[in-house]
Structure formats: structure tokens, C-alpha cells
Write a protein that binds this ligand. Structure first.
Ligand code: CO
Length: 136
């Protein structure tokens, strides 16, 4: 079972100018900033109630987000659902015939464990499962 929406991921060319919109105009609170080498991004989280907006800036043009930007320009990139047992949720999706990009969880932002499902099997929406670190 998915517990709630954890965040919506948005691809941006550069985080700092994007913060003029999200932090200054939308008045969301910037709560975390991190380079996630494994995903080839610099990322920030902004608080929105119990949910987050995640801004993603590619570290290079060949990263997945870099290729997304080249193809689509900036905009919505993925939706992330929070789960409390990511292994069993991945197993459940696999059994339902949903192809996973990540067979095993990997380390995501702020120490979370994350895995992506293939958008071809999720109605065209790149879908991420997130199990937050214990202290978040
Ligand atoms: Co995400």
C-alpha cells in the first residue's frame, strides 16, 4: 500500500533561479539540498505541508534528468509515493506485471531508499517509491 504522496519531482535547468519561483513567489520553505551522485542530480526539497516539491538539476547532459531536459524542456518529471516497506511494495508491483527500472532500492535524497517503476507500465508517469530514512 502507498501511504501518501511524498513529493512531485520537477526538472529544472538550474536550481538557484528556480528558487525565485518556489521559495520567493510560492513561499515554500527550502528544507534540504544535496548532490545525489548516483542519480546524477543536484536536488532540493521544499516543504509543502506533509509533502514536498523536489527540484532536480542534472549534473551533466548525459544523466537521466539531463536527457529529459533535452527532450522535453523543464517541467514535471516524476511523482513519488511514500511507502513503509519498499521491498514488499516492489515485489507487489513486480507481481502485478509492472516493470521496474530499479530492481532493488537505492539511496535517494536525505538518506531515503528509493526505486523507480518504468513509465511505460504506469500510464506514462515516471513513478518513484520512497521509504524515508528513520529520522524523517
Ligand atoms: Co524524487
Amino acid at each position: 500500500m502507498f501511504d501518501r504522496i511524498d513529493h512531485v519531482g520537477i526538472a529544472v535547468e538550474a536550481i538557484d533561479p528556480a528558487l525565485a519561483l518556489y521559495e520567493a513567489s510560492f513561499e515554500m520553505k527550502l528544507v534540504h539540498r544535496e548532490t545525489v551522485e548516483e542519480q546524477g542530480v543536484e536536488a532540493v526539497l521544499l516543504d509543502l505541508g506533509e509533502n514536498h516539491i523536489e527540484l532536480l538539476q542534472p549534473l551533466d547532459a548525459e544523466s537521466p534528468v539531463g536527457r529529459f531536459l533535452a527532450r522535453n524542456g523543464p517541467g514535471m518529471h516524476h511523482i513519488a509515493y511514500q511507502v513503509s516497506d519498499i521491498e514488499s511494495e516492489l515485489e507487489r508491483l513486480r507481481a502485478a506485471g509492472i516493470e521496474l527500472i530499479d530492481q532493488q532500492p537505492r539511496i535517494g535524497i536525505r538518506g531515503s531508499r528509493v526505486a523507480f517503476a518504468h513509465p511505460k507500465y504506469t500510464g506514462g508517469v515516471l513513478t518513484e517509491l520512497v521509504q524515508p530514512a528513520e529520522d524523517h
